[in-house]
Design a protein around this ligand. Structure first.
Ligand code: SF4
Length: 180
């Protein structure tokens, strides 16, 4: 079976993509790289959900470092940007760069991400970040498939209900939390 590295932001965004890949005889290595998530309890909760799902399917899950300070430095000066703005592009670049780096270091070529499955994110920003990560890491290849097409968005909604994942209420970082 072909193997690819799937940067995974959370279980709700990943489940339909994982199902699709397995149906295509492609085994995803789940790469959990999300130091953007704040606070740590929320990070652990989301990680717990995707770990449980990966283990049920017998898939490998790799847990990257939770270096929130380094991530904050990567988006410094962009704290007040709206969602889908410049901060999000830097956030995607940070996570996909680490994904491509890990892929090459561990002998995998193709990587992609679940980030683009959400309609709240801009596909163009994610593709820009993915292609930059590919260029930064020779030997890697970013798969820029649109994971919202081909019935995958509908399947995503079905699986969220069926599998009863924890319901997230904000994107992930402290700047995306609703102000009281
Ligand atoms: S809103 Fe989401 S994508 Fe944008 S910087 Fe925060 S965690 Fe990253």
């Amino acid at each position: 079976m072909e193997k690819i590295v799937l940067h995974t932001c959370c279980a709700p965004c990943a489940s339909a993509i994982i199902e699709y890949l397995l149906n295509q005889q492609i085994e995803p290595i789940i790469y959990y790289c999300n130091p953007n998530i704040y606070p740590i309890d929320e990070y652990e909760k989301r990680k717990g959900e995707i770990t449980r799902h990966a283990e049920q399917l017998g898939l490998t899950i790799i847990d990257d470092d939770y270096n929130h300070e380094e991530w904050q430095n990567a988006v410094k000066g962009l704290e007040c940007e709206p969602e889908r703005g410049k901060r999000c592009l830097e956030c995607f670049k940070y996570r996909l760069n680490r994904t491509a780096e890990w892929a090459v270091r561990n002998g995998y070529e193709t990587f992609t991400t679940t980030l683009a499955s959400s309609r709240w994110k801009l596909q163009s920003q994610i593709d820009e970040a993915g292609l930059q990560a590919e260029q930064n890491h020779p030997g890697s290849r970013y798969w820029n498939k649109n994971w919202r097409k081909g019935g995958l968005s509908e399947r995503r909604s079905q699986l969220i209900k069926e599998l009863g994942f924890y319901n997230q209420t904000y994107c992930g970082c402290e700047y995306s939390m609703k102000k009281p």
